[in-house]
Design a protein around this ligand. Structure first.
Ligand SMILES: Cc1cc2nc3c(=O)[nH]c(=O)nc-3n(C[C@H](O)[C@H](O)[C@H](O)COP(=O)(O)OP(=O)(O)OC[C@H]3O[C@@H](n4cnc5c(N)ncnc54)[C@H](O)[C@@H]3O)c2cc1C
Length: 408
């Protein structure tokens, strides 16, 4: 089976790369083995942490030379960020975010976090914009969203945050089985009239609020229930991510996949790429666990397999390795040096990843593969938690590689 491009991994980076290629009419295949980290996403993508008054360009200039942003080239990043934002819009998402600066969002623990690009329905603001009187809404019995915790964090910032608890008959029924009372199941019952009744219950308690914040449990398949909820409320309102699974994240995963398929893309799910054939410095084909001897051939291959969390990288006591082809991996030290026992410290293993050149082409036994690239969290050189470059690296590297392939 011959394709123009094969993308291994169907998370954020694989999907954005594949959509960019398919939009140019290329015949693309994604093979993806399991859930991606999008299913846990806050609904916001982080590009890089910045200091007070700093813009992205200034923060990027302080990164080490082997960071993916530096390899891509600082001068290309504004254009690539804009490409990501418009690609998301074409896929049907309403996004907010300045191309050069962070805004803030609220985490499930009530902390403020800098971020680059957010779904418009999620909390997004500049600090001085937050109104004083905030109502944080809890759904009765729902354990993965702690309104009191969030309100108390907001109060520590000098705001007047209060909480209220609401319910509808359908959410009460879900409480019969605590393990069923999860975000995705709640989202399944919030449609049409159920949304309206919950909005009524919130409105009754929101008289003294200037802003209403709710758990992001609306709109699993499409954004309509989330928009409807915000429209029905009597005050400005926005959503805060819940503990996993993430309803906006699951929606992003589904809609990006739908967008790819609507462009003619082919998506094989629940299958693992387990090897490939290399000849004359090029990757010729890959094979998968489910398809036996079938060879999937392409002109270009993109490894978008994520990091340890998604099995894009694996480790034994002796080594860190890339399991599909045994690509060259960049890591340092021995097992005991890969992590810091202080869980809040920077973790060395987080910057491990496959070695690439500046075009993000991978290498095998020291030889660059001319037609095989890596994107996303599989790349080496980023310390995503420390520098706050999680979704940004995945999104920007994906559209960068798609551009390189499209130019050939
Ligand atoms: C719990 C959690 C929450 C996060 N929340 C946020 C957030 O709110 N904002 C943010 O910016 N970033 C967040 N991140 C960071 C996140 O990793 C990136 O934003 C981005 O989504 C990663 O996308 P990716 O495509 O690089 O990798 P992944 O999402 O890891 O996707 C890799 C995909 O490749 C597949 N795969 C792996 N190996 C193979 C194989 N051999 N064959 C076929 N398929 C394979 C995997 O099954 C998976 O589907 C979060 C990360 C985690 C772990």
């Amino acid at each position: 089976m011959k394709y123009d491009d094969i993308i291994i991994g169907g998370g954020l980076s694989g999907l954005l790369c594949a959509i960019s290629l398919a939009e140019k009419g290329r015949k693309c295949l994604i093979i993806s083995q399991g859930q991606s980290t999008l299913n846990f996403s806050s609904g916001s993508f982080e590009f890089i942490n910045t200091r007070e008054g700093e813009d992205f360009a200034q923060a990027v200039s302080a990164l080490p030379a082997l960071h993916p942003y530096r390899k891509i080239g600082a001068e290309r990043l504004p254009r690539l960020r804009a490409s990501v934002a418009s690609l998301m819009e074409r896929a049907g998402f309403k996004m907010v975010g300045d191309n050069d600066r962070n805004h803030w969002r609220i985490t499930p623990f009530g902390a403020l976090k800098q971020t680059w690009l957010s779904l418009a329905e999620m909390t997004h603001f500049q600090k001085e914009e937050l109104p004083k009187r905030i109502l944080v809404v809890d759904i009765r019995g729902y354990m993965d969203f702690n309104a009191s915790f969030i309100a108390s964090s907001l109060c520590q910032m000098g705001l007047q945050a209060t909480t209220c608890e609401v319910y509808v008959l359908e959410t009460e029924r879900l409480r019969d089985n605590a393990s069923e009372f999860r975000s995705a199941n709640i989202a399944r019952i919030f449609n049409g009239y159920t949304v309206d009744r919950l909005a009524c219950a919130v409105n009754e308690q929101a008289e003294n609020a200037d802003l209403i914040l709710l758990p992001a449990v609306f709109g699993l398949e499409k954004e309509e229930p989330a928009c409807r909820m915000l429209e029905k409320l009597s005050k400005p309102a926005a959503f805060i991510p819940t503990m996993s699974p993430s309803v906006p994240g699951i929606r992003m995963q589904r809609l990006l996949k739908q967008r790819f398929i609507s462009l003619g893309g082919m998506f094989i799910s629940a299958d693992t790429v387990c090897g490939g054939e290399v000849a004359d410095g090029r990757l010729v084909s890959v094979r998968t666990l489910n398809h036996g001897d079938t060879r999937f051939e392409a002109d270009h291959f993109v490894f978008a397999c994520g990091s340890f969390f998604s099995n894009g990288l694996k480790a034994t006591q002796d080594k860190v390795y890339e399991p599909v082809l045994g690509l060259d991996v960049e890591y340092e030290g021995s097992h005991g040096e890969w992590f810091d026992p202080d869980v809040f410290a920077e973790q060395p293993y987080m910057s491990f990843g496959v070695r690439t050149d500046n075009q993000l082409r991978v290498s095998l036994n020291g030889q660059t593969l001319e037609n095989a690239y890596a994107v996303g969290q599989l790349l080496s050189g980023a310390s995503p938690i420390k520098s706050g470059c999680t979704g940004g690296v995945s999104a920007v590297s994906a559209v960068y590689v798609a551009e390189l392939i499209n130019q050939q």
